[in-house]
Unconditional design. Structure first.
Length: 258
């Protein structure tokens, strides 16, 4: 079974297609996964692997490990573009998420004041003011919207909460307006006998309508890059992503393909 990718709280720096030289912060356990989605494409594997044994990392440990790494990178002259919250699950589920964001901003300002802070979020916690207030403090809120059609979103992202809908999440993302970046994974395949394709005309039209409502700073379109737990999933090639992006651009949306 495919399992978690990151066995530490601080990882990298790694070169990210989308973000450049990125130092990662994993707020999930080091040996398990905690997420409010269970995406078929999750590089950290399915939630069925369990949450592991280490629990959420303590706020003080995140801060001290990050400081140690930033000092080391500064001494070695290691280039850094961005500090990115991602990892083995959804970072905004950490109970001290807001405090950790404050600590990270203070450390960034002290050691690498020009570096950006990004949070990759699945958008399920945006309705919590503690989470949305923290996100508003960072440079790049990268918020997931894989489909604007409920049935497809349920098939691809498999939210834990039965009440989670595309309509509610689009409204929450829209509150960030130009401060938000929307990230959409394009893919095809099948799962338990059900066909999946979020590149069809109706899917793209629904996404365009959602992006127009949200009015984000940018949309990031991407596809599968690594092994996925649902092995039938197929990558959408760059040329096709570019063609989809052109349709979105024609509707006035800023789109980056990676
Ligand atoms: S939201 Fe992210 S961490 Fe959670 S299941 Fe989906 S891809 Fe994995």
């Amino acid at each position: 079974m495919q399992t978690v990718l990151f066995n530490s709280t601080i990882f990298g720096p790694i070169h990210s297609r989308r973000l450049g030289s990125s130092l990662g912060i994993n707020l999930s356990p080091n040996d398990g996964k905690i997420c409010s989605f269970d995406c078929l494409y999750c590089e950290a594997g399915f939630n069925a692997q369990g949450p592991g044994t280490t629990g959420f990392p303590h706020r003080g440990d995140v801060s001290s490990k990050l400081e140690q790494k930033l000092i080391e990178m500064k001494q070695n002259g290691t280039p850094l573009d961005v500090i990115t919250f991602s990892g083995n699950g959804e970072p905004t589920l950490h109970p001290d998420f807001g405090g950790i964001i404050d600590d990270t901003i203070a450390l960034r300002d002290k050691y690498f004041p020009n570096v950006k802070i990004s949070v990759l979020t699945n958008s399920t916690r945006l309705h919590d003011p503690k989470v949305s207030d923290a996100l508003r403090k960072v440079d790049n809120n990268i918020m997931k919207l894989d489909s604007a059609i409920d049935a497809t979103m349920r098939l691809i992202d498999r939210p834990n909460a039965p009440a989670f809908t595309t309509e509610s999440v689009i409204d929450e993302i829209a509150k960030f307006g130009r401060q938000g970046i929307v990230q959409t994974m394009m893919l095809r395949g099948s799962h338990n006998g059900r066909h999946i394709d979020n590149t069809t005309d109706s899917e793209v039209e629904a996404l365009i309508a959602a992006y127009r409502k949200i009015n984000p700073r940018e949309v990031m379109l991407y596809s599968i890059d690594r092994k996925t737990p649902e092995e039938s999933l197929v990558k959408v090639e760059k040329e096709e992503l570019q063609a989809i992006a052109e349709r979105m651009r024609a509707a006035g949306i800023t789109v980056q393909v990676s």
